[in-house]
Design a protein around this ligand. Structure first.
Ligand code: PEP
Ligand code: MN
Length: 264
C-alpha cells in the first residue's frame, strides 16, 4: 500500500485545510517537550507568527535513561491542544505505547512515532485505526525497506494518512548526533507516494546545522520539515536545547524557505 506501483500519484493529506504532500511545504515547529502552559503558548504564538502550520511538542518523551525527565504526560496534551487552538495551529505529539493512542488522538491532530518505536508493531497496528494522520520516524538503524514496511502496518489497518520522516541515522561520525540521510528524501519519494518530512534538528543535533540542512532537505524535495524551537533553549527540560533554534532563527529560516517553496 505504501508503494508507488500501487498508488502512482502523491498522497496529499488534508488536515483542516493544511495540505501535506504534493507541492506544498509544511513547517512543524516547537519544543522538544511541552513544559508548561506558558511555555507552549508562547512558542505556539511564535511558530504561527513565523508562518508555521503545525505545533510540535512531546508530552511523553522517549529518554535514553530512566532517570531523565520523561515528559509531563497527559496534562501536556491538553496544554498543547489549547495552545494550538488559541493560535490556529495543528498539533503533533509523540505516542509511545498502544494504550496511549486514544488519548493522544483525542488531543492532537497528528500522532508521531519516534525513531525508537518504528518497529513497535503493536503500536503501529493500533495507529492503523486511530483516525488521525501519523508521522512515522525512521528508526536510526533502519533501512528504507524497513521504514516502508513499518508504514505498511499502519496503512494495512485502514489508515492511509501516513507521513515518512527522515530524522538521521547512526553512523561512525560523532561530530553530529546523527547523520541526516538526505538521500532518503528522493529515494522514499520514488518508492512511495507518501509525504516525506525531514527533521534536521535530531538529524544533526546541532543548532547551527539546522538552517543549512533544512534548506538542503527542501532542495532535495522534502514535503515538510519538523524543527525544534525554544524560547530558552539553554534551560529546556530535555537535552535537545542544543539543537533547538531561537525564535528569531526560526523566523528567519522560514522567510528564506519561502523563497524555495511555497509554505502551505
Ligand atoms: C522528538 O521528536 O523529540 C524525538 C524524540 O524524536 P526522535 O524519535 O527522532 O528521536
Ligand atoms: Mn527532541
Amino acid at each position: 500500500l505504501a508503494s508507488r506501483d500501487f498508488h502512482p500519484e502523491d498522497t496529499v493529506i488534508d488536515i483542516r485545510g493544511v495540505k501535506i504532500g504534493g507541492e506544498n511545504l509544511v513547517i512543524m515547529g516547537g519544543p522538544c517537550a511541552v513544559e508548561s502552559p506558558e511555555q507552549i503558548d508562547e512558542i505556539a504564538r511564535l511558530v504561527k507568527a513565523a508562518g508555521g502550520q503545525v505545533l510540535r511538542g512531546g508530552a511523553f518523551k522517549p529518554r535514553t535513561g530512566p532517570y531523565s525527565f520523561q515528559g509531563v504526560g497527559v496534562e501536556g496534551l491538553t496544554m498543547m491542544a489549547e495552545a494550538g487552538r488559541r493560535h490556529g495551529l495543528l498539533t503533533i505529539t509523540e505516542v509511545m505505547t498502544p494504550e496511549y493512542v486514544d488519548v493522544c488522538a483525542e488531543h492532537a491532530d497528528i500522532l508521531q512515532v519516534g525513531t525508537r518505536n518504528m518497529q513497535n508493531f503493536d503500536l503501529l497496528r493500533k495507529l492503523g485505526t486511530c483516525g488521525r494522520p501519523v508521522l512515522l520516524k525512521r528508526g536510526f538503524s533502519a533501512t528504507y525497506d524497513e521504514l516502508l514496511n513499518a508504514a505498511e502496518y499502519i496503512l494495512a489497518g485502514g489508515n492511509r494518512d501516513v507521513m515518512l520522516c527522515e530524522r538521521g541515522i547512526r553512523t561512525f561520525e560523532t561530530y553530529t548526533r546523527n547523520t541526516l540521510d538526505l538521500t532518503a528524501i528522493p529515494v522514499l519519494q520514488s518508492l512511495s507516494h507518501l509525504p516525506v518530512i525531514s527533521d534536521p534538528s535530531h538529524g544533526t543535533g546541532r543548532r547551527e546545522l539546522v538552517e543549512p540542512m533544512s534548506k538542503a532537505s527542501v532542495a532535495a524535495g522534502a514535503n515538510g520539515l519538523i524543527i525544534e524551537m525554544h524560547t530558552d533553549p539553554d534551560n529546556s527540560m530535555t537535552g535537545d536545547g542544543v539543537q533547538s533554534l531561537f525564535p528569531d532563527q526560526f523566523a528567519n529560516l522560514l522567510r528564506d524557505l519561502e523563497k524555495l517553496a511555497p509554505l502551505v
